[in-house]
Ligand binder design. Sequence first.
Ligand SMILES: [Zn+2]
Length: 141
Amino acid sequence: MPISLPTFEESINKETCERGYDFYCEGRIKNAFRINTFEWQAIVQIFDDYNVTIRIQNNIVTKYKCNCEENTSVCKHVAAVLYFIREEGEISVTEDKAGFEEMKDSLNYLAPHVLRYLMLKYAANSKDFRKHLQDYFKSQK
Ligand SMILES: [Zn+2]
């Protein structure tokens, strides 16, 4: 069964997905970048570093590789990187990138209530920011 990026959970063992999702949320994906149009490379940092490469064409995962020893078809490291690609793959910094990576790292340590507070604070004072959030909510319906 082909793995589709938008719905990859359907093709991967549930437990593997959950572990992968935890790794993603904990900010364990380091140095994820696109090697070329179709291929991504990332390091998943747990105790050891795991090197993951994933090839995606037309939203279908056509190839994946991880250097761990797990005997599952898709390991939790690959699952973590799939979350990353799906959620953040298209995010790019268009203007000055200074401080962006550090900011991203700091975000990993924020509690949900602090995130909520910050979002509300900026939404209250920035029409642009509010518009982005509104567009996001619309796209989720
Ligand atoms: Zn692995």
